[in-house]
Write a protein that binds this ligand. Structure first.
Ligand SMILES: *Cc1c(COP(=O)(O)O)cnc(C)c1O
Length: 369
């Protein structure tokens, strides 16, 4: 296996005692589902964000599904989002019976082009769903202004933006509700699946708690619309509690890698490195570079055992699974062009410095820089 592909084993070696202590603590507690660790993690994750409520769920996709449902979004409603995202953003909108409506992204930072939102609003629009992609935030002022003007709810997809700030505010604290994923690769990752939805609205919180628990407010009795079984696992919650204390350090580690890439590659002609949007800092969940000869670069580096990922090779609206939405190719030109030119450099906090340097050297070599 190329050492450059993300894996958690280095981190596990460093954190092994703490992780295994977390597992042991839960197993010894006598409560394997919805116990003290989930409750504590929820309180600590809410406190980290300075919001009133956090509801732990089983993964990031369902954090969006339950978030949308708790905001009252369902069949017949339209949700405006982007096609340049991880497919689960759109899968979640589809899962609640709503219709995803796409706007394009900006050519410089690959984030939602908020100038296109207003033209996409119809009488059926109920929600705006900005995706804080790759680790930095969508420009929120226009999103919130349009939401106020048209009476729309706003849900932030924060699956890639734990700890990212926008004009000083943390991702996930700027809207009605925000969904997080704790998939192992994420900036805050569990040792398995996990997710959470945060909100400062007590009504939304109550709906989330009911929806993750079959639709029950208390045992054995479903009220309102039937829900799901979407609980966050106790073991994952306890591991996440430990890792939350290190979240800012993980982010610092990612930023150090980004600085090294910037220093080593910033002068390469034709190679576009990540650009920071106004008011943002970046947590570099994915370090996305761009070059017209992307496919040649990937092939050349593969020969040196460096595997470059593409996030994402197919815009969601071009997938056959979303053909029913009726978007022809050409409708979202920036998104479609990016899909052919972007690639990601290896990025995780424990990525060894000599590996970073090898990536820089080989990338410069293939581009004759
Ligand atoms: C990872 C991710 C999700 C889904 O999270 P899972 O925990 O894998 O279900 C949703 N949106 C974005 C932008 C993601 O990166």
């Amino acid at each position: 296996m190329p050492t450059y592909v993300w894996n958690y084993l280095t981190e596990y070696q460093e954190e092994r005692a703490d992780i295994l202590d977390a597992v042991e603590k839960v197993f010894e507690s006598g409560q394997l589902v919805l116990g003290e660790s989930v409750a504590s993690f929820e309180a600590e994750f809410a406190a980290y964000h300075g919001v009133a409520h956090c509801v732990g769920v089983d993964n990031g996709t369902n954090a969006i599904v339950l978030g949308l449902q708790a905001l009252g979004i369902g069949p017949g409603d339209e949700v405006i989002t982007v096609s340049n995202t991880a497919a689960p953003t759109v899968v979640a909108i589809d899962a609640v019976g709503a219709t995803p409506v796409f706007v394009d992204v900006r050519a410089d930072d690959y984030l939602m082009d908020t100038a296109q939102i207003e033209a996409a609003i119809t009488p059926r629009t109920r929600c705006l769903l900005p995706v804080h992609l790759y680790g930095q935030c969508v420009e929120m002022a226009p999103v919130l202004e349009l939401a106020g003007q048209y009476g729309l709810r706003v849900l932030e997809d924060c699956a890639q933006a734990h700890g990212a700030r926008h004009h000083g505010r943390l991702a996930g604290t700027m809207s009605d509700a925000a969904a997080f994923s704790f998939y192992p690769t994420k900036v805050l990752g569990a040792y398995g699946d996990g997710g959470a939805t945060i909100t400062s609205d007590a009504g939304v919180e109550a709906a989330l708690r009911r929806l993750r628990y079959y639709g029950m407010e208390s045992r054995y009795y479903v009220v309102g619309t039937p829900g799901h079984n979407s609980r966050l696992d106790e073991v994952q919650a306890e591991i996440l509690r430990r890792k939350l204390r290190r979240l800012d350090a993980y982010i610092e580690g990612r930023r150090a890698v980004a600085r090294r890439y910037q220093e080593g590659l910033g002068d390469v002609p034709g190679l576009v490195l990540p650009s920071l949007a106004d008011g943002n800092d970046h947590v570099y969940y994915v370090y996305v570079a761009r070059h017209p000869e992307r496919d040649r670069i990937i092939k050349a580096l593969e020969a040196h055992d460096i595997r470059l990922n593409v996030s994402y090779p197919w815009p969601v609206h071009t997938m056959t699974g979303f053909a029913h939405l009726g978007y022809e190719e050409g409708r979202l030109p920036v998104t479609e062009k990016l899909a052919h030119e972007i690639f990601s450099l290896p990025m995780y906090p424990s990525l060894p410095v000599d590996t970073q340097d090898k990536v820089i050297t080989e990338l410069r070599a293939v581009l004759d820089a």
